[in-house]
Ligand binder design. Structure first.
Ligand SMILES: *Cc1c(COP(=O)(O)O)cnc(C)c1O
Ligand SMILES: [Zn+2]
Length: 394
């Protein structure tokens, strides 16, 4: 078991390392990462359901097959649990003193929960404007929470500094921690195993730095490289460094200036670790895939469609893959008969403000009001409205 640099292929020992000591490149686990199962810190992450979503497909006017990989059901409400469970397990097995994690909220919740389970102290660093539900969740698990001015990349830098000065493992879920990234291949494996006989043509992935993209690619590479789906890296139009490089045909991803999106989970400008974006772009291109940006308006419609037609409550980032499908189907980049798997990555409970801003059918019943009459009035009101705003083209 060892680590390998994705740029210069230098081998490194199986330690808690965050970059290639020869070239500064991203490290990956080079051969199967075996850990004594008794040493694993787990809360039951992974093995998430894959749902056929025919009503959603009809609602967005897509003639193909839509599959939803529902990562919201993970123990803390996002797929980050998969990576953090593995990284915290390694940290404890290596005898480190604690856990530090820079996060836009979800990885921090995972770090706090798994550190609690492991009996390790945990420090989480988040942007000051992180949705309040995510902040509350992190604090509830007992982590020390540092709120830092500005965007995610500022928090990332603070996380590095803390990990340098303490014997804490940095489980930040960019490509920084190879043990965490390696565990995301379970997403690709599960997708493969659930679709034998009819693999997806496309997998649509909400994308920040891109480890989840890598997890899907590595899972399929391991199981059935010949059946590799095309990957679409989905970013918010207000923070789309990978999409910008893809659209311009550039080889290298540059940092994004100032993010402006309510999709907090993918609001990552990559400042200081731009090569993460380049690695992700390379992976997407290797599958014959693409990178696509979606507007916040399109994401809002996708959130509503997922909830109302499939019963799945997603945070804005989690629904961005569905918004992307609407865009890609409308412009023909995804063919009409295609089989498409959308990863829905984070739970709607994590950002209730985003939901409160959306229309809802609610009414306060007056004490002397006839309930049946009130319901009739509400039904009539709803019938007069369009079922759903069409998912805006992005
Ligand atoms: C972190 C996160 C992403 C982006 O994952 P990357 O592996 O950083 O690209 C997508 N969705 C949600 C809900 C997230 O928390
Ligand atoms: Zn290297």
């Amino acid at each position: 078991m060892h680590l390998r640099c994705v740029d210069c292929s230098t081998r490194h020992p199986a330690e808690m390392l965050y970059a290639c000591t020869a070239c500064g490149g991203i490290l990956e686990v080079a051969d199967p990462a075996v850990l004594d199962p008794a040493a694993a810190v787990t809360l039951g992450e992974g093995d998430t359901p894959l749902h056929r979503a025919d009503r959603l497909a009809a609602a967005i006017g897509f003639a193909g097959t839509v599959l939803i990989k529902d990562e919201t059901v993970n123990p803390t409400g996002s797929f980050k649990d998969r990576a953090v469970a593995a990284a915290v397990s390694r940290a404890r097995a290596m005898g480190l003193d604690g856990i530090v994690c820079a996060s836009s909220g979800n990885a921090g919740a995972s770090a706090a929960a798994y550190a609690a389970r492991a009996g390790l102290p945990c420090i989480v660093v988040v942007p000051a404007l992180t949705p309040s539900e995510k902040v509350t969740q992190i604090a509830a698990y007992g982590a020390l929470l540092l709120q830092v001015e500005g965007h995610y990349s500022n928090s990332y830098r603070v996380g590095l500094e803390i990990a340098r000065r303490h014997r804490f493992a940095n489980v930040t879920t960019t490509y920084l921690n190879p043990w965490g990234v390696d565990a995301l291949k379970t997403v690709g494996r599960e997708l493969h195993d659930a679709t034998i006989g009819a693999p997806p043509d496309w997998v649509l992935v909400p994308t920040g730095a891109g480890p989840l993209v890598k997890g899907v690619v590595q899972g399929f590479r391991e199981r059935a490289p010949a059946r590799m789906p095309r990957l679409a890296a989905v970013q918010a139009a207000g923070c789309a460094p990978v999409v910008r490089a893809f659209a311009a045909g550039e080889r290298v991803v540059r940092a994004w200036g100032a993010p402006t999106t309510f999709a907090s989970g993918i609001s990552d400008p990559l400042i200081g670790y731009e090569r993460d974006g380049t690695h992700t772009l390379d992976l997407v291109r290797a599958t014959g895939g693409l990178a696509v940006a979606v507007s916040d308006a399109a994401i809002r419609s996708a959130m509503q469609a997922l909830a109302r037609f499939e019963g799945i409550l997603a945070e804005p980032t989690g629904a961005s893959s569905v918004a992307a499908l609407a865009t890609l189907a409308a412009d023909g980049r995804v063919a009409a008969g295609a089989r498409v798997a959308c990863l829905v990555t984070g739970h709607g409970f994590k950002d209730l403000k985003a939901w409160r801003e959306l229309p809802a059918h609610t009414r306060r019943l007056a004490t002397d009001e006839d309930p049946a009459g009130a319901v009739d009035a509400m039904l009539a009101e709803r019938a007069a409205q369009p079922a759903l705003p069409r998912i805006a083209a992005s």
